[in-house]
Design a protein around this ligand. Structure first.
Ligand code: NAD
Length: 249
């Protein structure tokens, strides 16, 4: 819809502070499937929730086995046109950064710094110890896992090590939640991109922005849970819709 696209471009130009909020849909152009679209590999098995991971060595082994299988499939994914457009908004001083539910590290790869990204669901490109919080690199974890057949434990404290992502049932990262809230309350344009907007508390941020007086725009192929409250909904391909944004000036 060209009228909707030109309205989005107008609002981008007219806004003081733009915050973008992304879900798995921004990374499908990069070859990583989203979570809820038909045929999702993430839903082929029942997700291992946090309590199960903590309580069962078998579950931890299975979680690591699945993770390394997925990593092999999606290794080498590069940022797409959507990631690039959002990075331009930040680099032009129009936006403090991107709030993401994604764990794939592609916003970093698009040239954003760590303080320009809020990761609500953590990051799957490294691991952390559940006991002492120490960071572990995946290559080392994997080598140990494959050699021993046992779920990895921290060399420093002996507690289980987990991908640095937030599993179902796991506490949200406090600092990330606070930064997301600060940005959300500071913006006058909030653009939600590639998310079905069904996962809470993440999906609360678009609503907070809207209630605080910001314009809310949703860019997504399929209808979302918040289409009714948005000021503008663009149904289509993220790469095509965001690609032209902030492309010149
Ligand atoms: P979701 O799967 O619930 O929703 C994704 C939405 O993106 C869908 O509504 C789909 O219509 C839309 N979409 C997909 N490709 C698109 C495209 N090219 N153009 C326009 N729209 C497109 O994802 P969610 O809301 O992010 O929730 C899933 C949870 O699982 C999140 O926490 C997410 O981070 C996590 N997850 C992350 C990744 C990743 O890091 N890449 C991948 C899968 C799941």
């Amino acid at each position: 819809d060209p009228a909707a696209a030109s309205r989005l471009a107008e609002w981008v130009d007219a806004s003081r502070v733009i915050v973008s909020f992304t879900g798995a849909g921004i990374s499908t152009e990069s070859g990583i499937p989203d979570f809820r679209s038909p045929g999702s590999p993430w839903l082929a098995n029942r997700p291992i929730d946090f309590e199960l991971f903590v309580s069962s060595e078998d579950a931890r082994r299975e979680a690591w086995r699945r993770k390394f299988t997925m990593d092999d499939l999606y290794r080498g994914a590069k940022p797409g046109r959507g990631h690039a457009a959002l990075a331009r908004l930040v680099h032009r001083g129009l936006s403090p950064g991107v709030i993401t539910q994604n764990i794939d590290g592609l916003h970093q790869d698009s040239g954003l710094a760590d303080d320009e990204i809020v990761e609500l669901h953590g990051n799957g490109t490294y691991a952390t110890c559940l006991g002492c919080g120490r960071r572990h690199e995946l290559a080392a974890i994997r080598a140990e896992f494959e050699a021993s057949g046992r779920a990895p434990r921290c060399v420093a404290c002996g507690e289980p090590v987990k991908s640095a992502t937030i599993s179902f049932g796991q506490a949200m990262p406090e600092a990330a939640m606070q930064r997301a809230a600060d940005w959300t309350l500071a913006c006058d344009l909030f653009i939600a991109i590639g998310s079905s907007l069904q996962v809470y508390p993440a999906a609360g941020f678009p609503q907070i922005a809207k209630r605080n007086g910001a314009r809310l725009v949703i860019v997504n192929r399929d209808p979302t849970a918040l289409d009714d409250v948005a000021d503008l909904v663009l149904h289509g391909e993220i790469g095509a819709i965001l690609g032209p944004l902030a492309a010149t000036h």
